[in-house]
Design a protein around this ligand. Structure first.
Ligand code: AMP
Ligand code: MG
Length: 538
């Protein structure tokens, strides 16, 4: 079987050392003037494939492997390497919870290499949980089943919701135990180990640029920026080739930074649309390709609450809660601008881009909300609708996903229900509280006035269909992921399989799955670990 491994990251960027000795040198260390270190997966004892993403494998041209189940498990656990692979761990730094953390790097990810996919794009494969690397510090380089299931399902759920994300190609049970103290409370447990193979056109993080900038290594910074441009932006790469002066290069770097901002904002707006809370938006978890990356203690909004964060480590500060994501993403983009400054040298130009971020976000957010409401973008500009909406969502515990889905049914031909009746399935108490009816009436009056031609049956149905294409029927509620994990831990893959199936078309109704995966978060999940509270321990 021959694969076209192009391995641009290791071929075009400086590595730490080469040779067999370096490959097996896993001692923690600071790595200078290099974007990666050679790293070898540590073999696992009994790899078993739990989930294989056939459609993605087709896209990447990898399905030929699928004929041999054991070979697949061996490859995607890191037990077998193909000769063309060039395994490495990337070197990057980052700001964690607002503080500069210095060098971080791939502590438990080992990149196998980059393949040319069927569509001509380069896709890097990496194994998360493949054993220690020079960046593991004193941790074990492994991942447990629960966090790997969460990573796998969420990557795929996001992709099918239309949110830019890294993808998950496979999920392998390693046969080894991994010890974790889930709540850092002195109760370590041995848990089943697992490895997810992630795939993406790029795994470069904001922290990739921050680290050399912090060390004054402008040469590496320049190489990384040029690499990011050349690997993903052919038009800018062409401009870079034509540059005759440093000033011309600076212009291209600025254009690239602008594009990173644009992509990042787009992804952020999608998170706000579907009710996704990343949970750990440190700059090492921000992708320079604008992808959602590093699924750890993430969560989905059940009852609408901008102050909610799933991450117990962040419970007090709530730095990374749902409603603060826009401000945090801006802060992270600002850190990226700081990192690029030594290369670009034009503070005014960088500042101009940064200054436009709040307005750009606001505009895109409004456009997105207009779509969720079945309105035209301009209709929200001078309307109090968004405030009225916020008022009702906060008045009582109301499920965000079910609320917006129900809203599509409002004012349909032959249906005279009040707005609060259309969204009744979203109320955690079972019904609208009488004292909130006036708030609903205000919202209803305003909304009815904005809906275009309310007497036109066809346009009302069209509005509902358009709303249902951006308001998902199914999201990966935290408790659903936990149910899949509980069953898998008992050796039962049926919940995982059924959930994954539904998440592949999350805007469709799937009547047979509605009661199983489409209802409110049950009461038992309010306090259960993994459902409402998650830690970084994974
Ligand atoms: P995260 O918060 O998961 O994005 O991880 C932050 C840093 O810790 C990254 O450098 C990870 O590679 C590293 N890390 C997290 N878990 C482990 C682990 N079990 N072993 C080694 N490194 C880890
Ligand atoms: Mg990370």
């Amino acid at each position: 079987m021959s694969y076209l491994f192009i391995n641009r990251y290791t071929r075009q960027l400086p590595g730490e050392k080469s040779g067999d000795a370096a490959v097996f040198d896993r001692r923690p260390r600071q790595v200078f003037q290099a974007a990666w270190s050679a790293a070898q997966p540590t073999p696992v004892s009994d790899p078993v494939m739990l989930a294989w993403n056939g459609p993605l494998a087709d896209q990447l041209g990898v399905n030929a492997f699928a004929e041999n189940a054991q070979m697949l498990a061996d490859l995607f656990s890191g037990n077998t390497l193909l000769p063309e692979m060039q395994p490495y761990a990337a070197c990057y730094g980052g700001h964690q919870f607002g503080h500069w953390a210095g060098q971080l790097g791939d502590g438990r990810v080992i990149n196998l290499g980059e393949v040319r996919a069927n569509d001509g794009a380069g896709w890097t494969w990496q194994l998360k949980g493949a054993g220690p690397t020079p960046y593991s510090r004193h941790a074990d380089g492994r991942a447990v089943l629960r966090s790997s299931v969460r990573e796998f399902l969420c990557s795929e759920a996001m992709h099918h919701l239309g949110v830019p994300t890294t993808r998950a190609l496979s999920l392998v049970l390693t046969g080894d135990k991994v010890v974790r103290d889930m709540f850092y409370d002195g109760n370590p447990q041995a848990e089943p180990g697992a490895i997810v193979c992630r795939a993406a056109p790029g795994f470069i993080r904001f922290g990739h640029f921050e680290l050399p900038a912090s060390r004054g290594d402008i040469s590496l910074l320049r190489q990384l920026v040029q690499f990011a441009i050349r690997s993903e932006w052919p038009d800018l790469a062409g401009d870079l080739d034509d540059c005759q002066s440093e000033a011309a290069e600076t212009k291209v770097y600025l254009q690239w930074y602008q594009r990173v901002c644009d992509l990042t904002l787009q992804t952020l707006v999608h998170w706000m649309r579907v009710g996704f809370v990343h949970g750990v938006l440190n700059t090492d978890n921000m992708s320079a390709s604008g992808l959602t990356i590093d699924y750890g203690p993430y969560g989905w909004i059940d009852d609408y609450n901008p102050g909610w964060t799933p991450n117990t480590t962040d419970a007090e500060q709530q730095r990374y809660c749902f409603g603060k994501q826009p401000a945090i993403v801006r802060w992270n983009l600002y850190q990226l601008a700081n990192a690029l400054y030594p290369l670009i040298g034009d503070a005014v130009a960088l500042q101009q881009i940064v200054d436009k971020l709040p307005g750009a976000y606001e505009q895109q957010y409004q456009q997105m909300m207009a779509q969720k409401l079945g309105l035209l973008p301009g209709q929200l500009r001078s309307s109090p609708l968004l405030q009225l909406l916020e008022n009702v969502l906060l008045a009582q515990e109301t499920d965000m996903t079910l609320f917006f889905r129900g809203l599509g049914d409002f004012a349909l031909p032959g249906d005279s229900r009040a707005l609060h009746e259309c969204v009744a399935s979203a109320f955690y108490s079972g019904s609208v509280a009488p004292e909130n009816i006036p708030l609903y009436q205000q919202l209803e009056a305003e909304y009815r006035a904005l809906i275009s031609s309310p007497d036109d049956d066809a346009s009302m149905k069209q509005r509902r269909n358009q709303m249902n294409s951006v308001n998902p029927r199914y999201v990966l509620r935290n408790y659903l992921a936990q149910k899949a994990i509980d069953a898998l831990t008992q050796g039962d893959a049926s919940v995982f399989d059924a959930l994954w199936q539904v998440l592949q078309s999350p805007y469709d109704e799937h009547p047979g799955s509605a009661s199983r995966f489409g209802g409110l978060r049950p009461d038992w999940a309010r306090t259960r670990a993994g459902c409402s509270m998650l830690s970084c321990s994974s």
